[in-house]
Design a protein around this ligand. Structure first.
Ligand code: IVH
Length: 719
């Protein structure tokens, strides 16, 4: 449809137009030319987005172009043509799929980006409803789910058809796949409300943690990874085999009752007063709806309803700052006039309803250029390609180094040096290269050449059979030694505060660190003399190292950088030994007797403890005061299957008076709880000790977390 050359020109011209000011008025001739040009550009981006499912600019940039066109057309209404992108809902259609007509057109949403935009929206709503400027309009505010839109039809209480949004008028029929979603009831009691036929809108999506698992599984199977939960979800909706769709773990929220008629075909939507009321009814019929539910499945009476625009702004901002804690990927909030009466008064354009607006969070996708690829050697010798990007802003963070994982990743995506690449940073997920924009190549791009030798110690690299990663096998390789030290002191391992990557590097360059044992014989008087340190920091560091020496041995085992030995398997191992050095006498079979330790991990740990250097290293560490004997925290089972806290997530904050943090966590785990790493909507209990700070505040603000004192906790689990 578009040649490569045409695409390159359209892309470059888009970027140029984005730099011009939309406010600047144009004379008629220039305006007429610009309308034609913008229409073509927007059509192209719509084709990329809707037909190809493969956009080359961000939503924000697309909106800017759309607004430029709208502004000129407002100034010169004579320039509006029936085929202008502003005059129709849809771009071209995808071929070869069964298409169905929606009962009512599924419009888009207008976008807003800050408080000012929301205030403008509120003003325009009041004008449309002939309300005085100081009137207060009630709004329903919901997450804007970032998945695949679905449209469901129920006739006589049965799900009869499901479709994608498509172009807003026609969608793809996906009933068989939708039926596999357990969050969608196959029958629902609409007839109770006198409704014989209804059309619902919603979104199918994959929870972030399930998405991570799916990708981990694909990584292990050597399959191409999904770029984000949305792609995995929209792809899942279109699977040919419903069983495959079912395996994607899709869930669906419904957020709109768009159409409802009785047996005679009369509209019955006017029996309801508010949007919130209709959504609540859907919740009561067993649908998943935005906003919390009571344990019996009924919706909270006023979830997300704001009395005025000021409350809307507060709610949107607070969601923006907590979006990463939400279990689903969302790209903003949707603000809807709550009264159905007022919605009717506002009406719609051909593009969007005037009674609703999306509040978009800061962009997480951007395009930039790949300058170079460097190869880094990790703590177990894995050589990882790292993309060096032209710095780009993503959700408020500058991104310039992004892992390319392995050789297959680069090959599958055909990433070349000099390419324009689409980068995404979603939530806590590390930045990710979604794809190279190959249509923008000018021929100067260079393929990535994988090294044959370690870039640090020059040993020949090897790739074990069945693995995707090239390794440097020289355990003494400078890069590996350094990375092992950095990992050893990190939060997940020995957790030595004040001994981060830069400090390790500095001490290493000074010749003070050759192996992890050296971390326990640092000269703190010397450290106090270093620029930027001083006595206080040196003392603190000494204290932190002293504290680490007392760590439970599962931390020590984990800190040794044995390939595949993570925190969980370290705990399994720690629970069955009295002293770390017992392991030098273990044979291979003995490891495999431990449930959940597989043959590869068993071999790796066995090899480690057969190596004399490693045993000597541990002996030295013990002489330096590092604990090698089992502690109470080591004895705790990895997870209990019964107990008073079974199924609860718990978090400790502040200083506890009778227990150490480690002991408290061990007790909680033994009582069946899982230990949370932060305050989120999934947290059930927060035990707040003395001087509890931000975590306590956050939990109180959420209002869904039970807040306990230390005494309440010990009473339940025993002192
Ligand atoms: S209401 C008339 N509510 O956002 C439009 N849409 O940009 C009614 N979306 O494709 C839409 N979460 O699928 C609405 N809580 C929510 C939503 C939501 C996500 C999607 C919707 C549509 C897109 C519009």
């Amino acid at each position: 449809m578009y040649s490569k050359e045409a695409q390159r020109i359209l892309f470059e011209r888009s970027k140029e137009l984005l730099k011009t000011s939309p406010a600047e008025p144009l004379d008629f001739n220039l305006a007429s030319e610009r309308v034609w040009e913008l229409s073509n550009i927007i059509r192209y981006h719509e084709w990329r987005y809707y037909v190809q499912n493969d956009p080359v600019i961000s939503d924000f940039e697309y909106d800017q172009l759309y607004k430029q066109l709208e502004a000129i057309e407002t100034q010169y209404p004579d320039l509006i043509t029936p085929d202008s992108p502003t005059q129709r809902v849809s771009p071209d259609l995808t071929e070869n799929v069964e298409q169905v007509v929606h009962l009512t057109p599924m419009l888009s949403l207008d976008n807003s980006y800050d408080a000012e935009d929301l205030l403008d929206f509120d003003t325009s709503v009041k004008k449309l409803c002939s309300l005085p400027p100081d009137a207060e309009v009630e709004y329903a505010v919901e997450p804007k789910f970032d998945g695949g839109t679905i449209v469901l039809i129920y006739e006589n209480d049965r799900l009869t058809r499901a479709a994608t949004r498509g172009n807003g008028e026609l969608g793809d029929e996906i009933t068989a796949n939708i039926r596999t979603l357990r969050s969608i009831p196959l029958t629902a009691g609409f007839s109770k409300y006198g409704m014989a036929k209804v059309e619902l809108r919603g979104e199918a999506l994959i929870r972030k943690d399930i998405f991570e698992k799916i990708n981990a599984r694909r990584m292990a199977a050597g399959e191409v990874l999904f770029a984000n939960p949305r792609n995995a979800a929209t792809g899942g909706l279109r699977m040919k085999d419903p069983r495959e769709a079912a395996s994607r773990g899709l869930e669906a929220f419904v957020y709109q009752l768009g159409y409802a008629v009785d047996e005679a075909g009369n509209n019955v939507l006017d029996r309801f007063k508010t949007h919130h009321e209709t959504v609540r009814i859907l919740g009561e019929q067993g649908f998943k709806i935005p906003g919390p539910l009571y344990p019996d499945g009924t919706a909270e009476s006023n979830a997300g309803v704001c009395r005025n625009i000021a409350e809307v702004i507060d709610l949107c901002n607070s969601w923006q700052s907590q979006r990463d804690d939400y279990p689903y990927e969302i790209d903003g909030m949707v603000v809807k006039v709550n009264s159905l009466d007022l919605q009717e008064k506002c009406g719609s354009t051909t593009h969007h309803p005037r009674w609703a607006i999306a509040f978009k969070f800061k962009a997480r996708q951007a395009t930039t250029r790949l300058r170079d690829v460097e190869f880094q050697v990790g703590k177990t010798g894995a050589v990882t390609p790292v993309a060096k990007l032209e710095p780009v802003q993503l959700a408020g963070v500058t991104v310039q180094n992004v892992s390319l994982h392995n050789e297959d990743f680069i090959k599958n995506k055909d990433i070349r040096i000099g390419d324009h690449v689409l980068v995404e940073r979603a939530g806590d997920v590390i930045p990710y290269i979604v794809k190279a924009l190959d249509e923008l190549r000018d021929g100067s791009e260079q393929p990535v050449v994988y090294p044959t030798h370690c870039p640090v110690c020059q040993s020949l690299l090897v790739k074990p059979e069945g693995e995707a990663i090239w390794r440097c096998e020289n355990a003494e390789c400078e890069a590996q030694v350094l990375q092992r030290m950095i990992f050893h002191t990190s939060k997940h391992a020995m957790d030595i505060e004040g001994m981060g990557e830069s400090t390790i590097l500095r001490f290493y360059k000074l010749g003070w660190l050759h192996s992890i044992a050296d971390i326990y014989r640092l000269d703190y008087e010397q450290i106090a003399q270093l620029e930027g340190f001083g006595q206080k920091s040196a003392d603190n560091l000494e204290k932190a190292v002293g504290k680490a020496k007392q760590n439970p041995i599962y931390r020590l085992l984990h800190s040794l950088s044995i390939h595949h030995l993570g925190q969980k398997s370290s705990k399994l191992l720690a629970a069955v030994i009295g002293h770390v050095l017992e392991l030098k006498d273990w044979d291979l079979e003995r490891y495999q007797e431990i449930k959940d330790i597989g043959p590869v991990l068993a071999q790796n740990v066995y090899n480690f403890f057969q190596n004399e250097h490693n045993v000597e290293l541990l002996q030295t560490m013990e002489q330096l005061g590092v604990n090698l004997s089992q502690t109470e925290a080591d004895r705790k089972p990895a997870s209990a299957t019964e107990g008073p806290l079974l199924g609860k997530t718990i978090l400790f904050t502040g200083t506890l008076s009778t227990l150490t943090r480690e002991q408290a966590e061990a007790k909680a785990a033994a009582a069946g709880a899982s230990i949370s790493s932060g305050v989120s909507k999934n947290l059930n209990i927060l035990v707040a000790g003395e001087k509890a700070g931000s975590k306590l505040k956050k939990a109180q603000a959420l209002g869904t977390v039970a807040i306990w004192t230390e005494e309440e906790f010990t009473e339940l689990v025993g002192a």
